[in-house]
Design a protein around this ligand. Structure first.
Ligand code: GDP
Ligand code: MG
Length: 286
């Protein structure tokens, strides 16, 4: 976007159209792109924006206005055993993000436990145990094929018995149908609520940024089914399409908590609207 704007001396229809196309290509989505372009076009008509650099700045500001209200941090608290339930389709990055979060919060002095609720695949339990060993956080698991809700119920009991600060619950990403998956997640929620009516205290959806506009659909479906309190966007290292974050911010009032920028334990960042928009512009101009 920077490159496009730099080559221009004045704002014309072509430039506005090209900027609109860039937003759409970055997966900002039609409603958010339309909102942003309508706002800046009006400013151009009123002569409040007269040169391309100011136009670019206005688009940046419009994206920030959309994203800033979603940049709400969350962390465990001492003296209360909370459950953070992680949901999302297979391959989105749930287990990896759980490992990264566990490392982060353990380093911050919290006692963290992991619950192996993705019982649909044996490899999923082993993968979570691998992360537990790597970041030195205990994992509560049963064999694959066990009932997810009962594994997580037991894990929450264990967390409460140890007065841990946080249980991070892994869940399945695929069952026989999407409907089965949503029913299972609702059951997990219900069962956890039997021990503590506030549990699960947080339900975060993990989304792969590379899936573009499909990520928005997933967010809407999961939010409708279980009520999300946070979203994590992974694989922003591998895509120029991070704009889907703006599309989600436009569509849903759910905070964006963290972003994943690689496979390693340190490749997790709290969502920062300014840094995110800067990165989006940098990728576009690359
Ligand atoms: N490049 C990159 N890869 C990631 C990121 N997060 C997860 N992955 C990879 O995505 C794949 C699926 O992740 P996984 O945690 O198993 O997904 P799950 O099925 O939702 O639990 C693994 O190969 C991860 O290493 C990220 O932020 N960046
Ligand atoms: Mg997994």
């Amino acid at each position: 976007m920077a490159r496009l704007v730099l080559g221009k001396k004045e704002i014309d229809e072509d430039l506005l159209e090209e900027l609109e196309a860039i937003l759409l290509q970055s997966d900002v989505g039609v409603p958010a792109t339309r909102g942003i372009m309508e706002a800046v076009t009006q400013k151009v008509r009123r002569r409040e924006l007269t040169d391309p650099a100011a136009l670019q700045q206005a688009i940046r500001q419009a994206l920030l206005d959309l994203l800033r209200p979603r940049a709400l941090a969350w962390a465990p608290v001492k003296g209360k055993t909370q459950v953070l339930m992680m949901v999302g389709i297979n391959g989105a990055g749930k287990t990896t993000t759980i490992g990264k979060l566990a490392a982060r919060w353990k380093a911050a002095g919290f006692q963290v436990l992991l619950g192996a609720g993705d019982t649909f695949r044996a490899a999923a339990v082993e993968q979570l145990q691998g992360w537990g060993a790597r970041v030195q956080v205990p994992v509560i698991a049963q064999g694959s094929g066990a009932d997810s809700a009962s594994v997580l119920y037991d894990a929450f009991s264990a967390a409460r018995a140890r007065a841990a600060d946080l249980l991070i619950a892994d869940t399945a990403g695929r069952l026989h149908t999407q409907n089965h998956l949503m029913e299972e997640l609702k059951k997990v929620k219900r069962v956890l609520g039997k021990q503590d009516p506030e549990a699960p205290h947080q339900i975060w959806l993990v989304l792969d940024a590379g899936t573009g506009q499909n990520a928005l659909q997933q967010a809407q479906q999961f939010h409708a089914a279980v009520g999300l309190t946070g979203i994590c966007i992974t694989k922003l290292d591998g895509t120029a399409k991070g704009g889907v974050v703006a599309a989600i911010a436009q569509a849903l009032p759910v905070p964006i908590r963290f972003i994943g920028v690689g496979e390693a334990v340190e490749d997790l960042r709290p969502f920062d609207a300014e840094a995110f928009v800067d990165a989006l512009f940098a990728r576009e101009s690359a």
